[in-house]
Design a protein around this ligand. Structure first.
Ligand code: GRF
Length: 203
């Protein structure tokens, strides 16, 4: 049984998708903790409903990252809950080296574009502004840097003529809810291997 911890700051729809998939597919995965920096995050209510341990650990000092003291609290809580794989799902803070070293090769993220295109915020708006025909979403291992790290799975979403930022983001999220749970499954089943920057998926 693989114990995962989910870090979220917003709606928590990926958390819900992962929790649902674990149940319907009877995966040998447990969501051991849900942590957020945002007391308003719906991830808290989702965790409550799903019977998952959850905690809001706010950060007052910084906006885009966590102070070392706060980071330590995250690490301690995750360790206390026996978390082996950290899944970032819309967590709006960049993790620092110290955090990363506590979970080497065991932190993943989802990003709403086909990385390495459109890193950073509101990637679906960037895609619309750029005028690409296709965008999508990516799961990847996390390394120091924003939205970098070896790519695990990607799904493609066509950009339609009538798309607004909202409709495009919604369709990207539908694909996120497919590839993020699948990524967790592949890791839990030991089917992901890494050679340099390349991820291989084994049968
Ligand atoms: C997703 O679009 C994800 O790609 C990005 O943040 C958003 C989180 O959505 N990193 P939700 O909170 O899981 O609904």
């Amino acid at each position: 049984m693989l114990t995962i911890g989910v870090l979220a700051s917003g709606k928590g729809s990926n958390l819900q998708a992962i929790a649902d998939y674990i149940k319907t597919e009877k995966l040998s995965v447990k969501v051991g903790a849900v942590l957020t920096d945002n007391p308003e995050s719906s991830a808290l209510a989702i965790a409550e409903k799903e019977g998952i341990d959850h905690l809001c650990i706010p950060e007052a000092e910084h906006k885009t990252f966590l102070s070392s003291a706060t980071e330590k609290k995250y690490v301690e809580t995750l360790k206390k809950c026996n978390v082996e794989l950290v899944c970032m799902a819309g967590f709006m803070r960049v993790l620092k080296k110290d955090f990363m070293e506590e979970f080497p090769g065991k932190i993943i993220n989802i990003h709403p574009s086909l990385l390495p295109a459109f890193q950073g915020l509101a990637a679906w708006e960037q895609a619309l502004r750029y005028g690409v025909q296709f965008t999508g979403c990516t799961t990847h291992f996390v390394e120091c840097g924003v939205d970098t790290g070896p790519v695990i799975l990607q799904a493609v979403v066509p950009v339609l003529k009538e798309d607004t930022a909202e409709t495009l983001h919604r369709r990207i999220q539908e694909k996120e809810h497919v590839i993020y749970p699948l990524t967790v499954r592949l890791i839990a089943e030991g089917r992901i291997s890494l050679s340099g920057r390349r991820v291989y998926i084994n049968n």
